[in-house]
Design a protein around this ligand. Structure first.
Ligand code: NDP
Length: 332
């Protein structure tokens, strides 16, 4: 059987060019013992993949050049030599960026049995959803009545973070780019602030207008001016969950950090980074808490879908243009 996959031939500097991604074809070997063959139906593209294209080890190894790229995917088993899986089973795994995956059965996760579309396990009930829940509950220690600020607030992580925060009763403010994203936030009773064409001073002023008392929690997805503005608007004892710095992922040289870090001292605030995979043993707990709320429509989630394996690099690159609302996905 033939499989197609994307690989990169170089580690890019700055914004990766589209030509970096090459589509290859290979003939798959016969299934080995305990192996399973899967026809992928949905692929996830995520900002963290940019770090794996840097050529350097971060908290995870870089992608290998000219080898199939990796990422979360959902698919259907089409052939199995593993006792736990049979044809027709739906599974989640990390062999994305390709149409057919062939893997040892013990790295596959059967999809949980909930009344949600299967691709939800790549978004709101997958790694991004788990990230929102972990950042708020385990890193920022969200409490009743907290005022919460979230950047990239209409994306996969941010859109769940604002809704979980809203349920605790304080003022929730979301920072986002395009007008339709701001509207989505306002429809969900979240105060929306655009960061476009603003420096940190202007953004601070807009955050003050949106929530004059300041913030107990900042869920950081972006860095740069958003972080600097948020640092100006902390309440005493504030907690910052550092989830991501997407505005910096394509920087060619290291940039200067915000000049107002002294606010951490003045406000006796805590700032802590986290990687969701370190908390994965809590995934069943997250599913139990958030899954039914998604299934019952109490939590809203959006998807931006590109069609076909060939569009996978385009979907990935669009994350850095803000072209997605909610989870960015590729449907095969
Ligand atoms: P999103 O769905 O939020 O997509 C990325 C969004 O980031 C874009 O839609 C855009 O929204 C915004 N963005 C892109 N470039 C910039 C920029 N230069 N300045 C400001 N905003 C920008 O992605 P995810 O929800 O998957 O990820 C959100 C963040 O969480 C990322 O930083 C990611 O790396 C991080 N993350 C961290 C994890 C962890 O374990 N720590 C796990 C998963 C994600 P807009 O239109 O509003 O600009």
């Amino acid at each position: 059987m033939q499989a197609r996959y994307f690989a990169i031939r170089d580690y890019p500097r700055g914004m990766p060019p589209r030509e970096l991604f090459e589509l290859h074809s290979q003939t798959l070997p016969e299934l080995g013992e305990d192996e399973v063959r899967i026809r992928n139906t949905w692929l996830s593209v995520d900002p963290y993949m940019r770090g794996r294209m840097s050529g350097m080890r971060t908290y995870i190894a870089p992608f290998e050049l000219d080898a199939p790229l990796e990422g979360a995917a959902i698919g259907e088993v089409i052939e199995s030599r593993h006792s736990r899986f049979k044809s027709g089973d739906k599974v989640r795994h990390m062999a994305g960026w390709r149409d057919i995956a062939q893997l040892k059965g013990d790295v596959l996760e059967p999809l949980p049995d909930m009344e949600v579309p299967e691709q939800a396990y790549l978004g709101v009930l997958g790694m991004p959803g788990m990230t929102a829940w972990t950042g708020l509950n385990r890193i920022a220690n969200l409490r009743e009545g907290d005022n919460v600020l979230v950047s990239a607030a209409s994306g996969a992580v941010g859109s769940l973070a604002v809704q979980l925060a809203k349920a605790t009763g304080g003022t929730v403010v979301g920072i986002a780019g395009a007008a339709d994203k701001l509207e989505w936030l306002e429809e969900h009773d979240i105060r929306a602030v655009s960061y476009r064409n603003k420096d940190a001073r202007q953004l601070s002023a807009d955050l003050e207008e949106a929530c004059p008392e300041g913030f107990d929690v900042y869920f950081e997805n972006v860095g740069g001016a958003c972080l600097e503005a948020a640092l100006n608007r902390l309440k005493v004892g504030a907690r910052i969950a550092v989830c991501g710095f997407i505005s910096r992922y394509n920087d060619e040289a290291q940039q200067q950090g915000p000049g107002n870090l002294s606010n951490l001292l003045i406000k006796r605030a805590r700032m802590q980074g986290f990687i969701v995979f370190d908390h994965w043993t809590e995934y069943p707990h997250f599913l139990e808490e958030v899954g039914p709320r998604v299934a019952q429509g109490e939590i809203d989630y959006e998807e931006t879908i590109e069609e076909g394996l060939e569009r996978t690099p385009d979907a990935f690159l669009k994350l850095f243009e803000g072209a997605n609302r909610g989870k960015m996905l590729v449907r095969l």
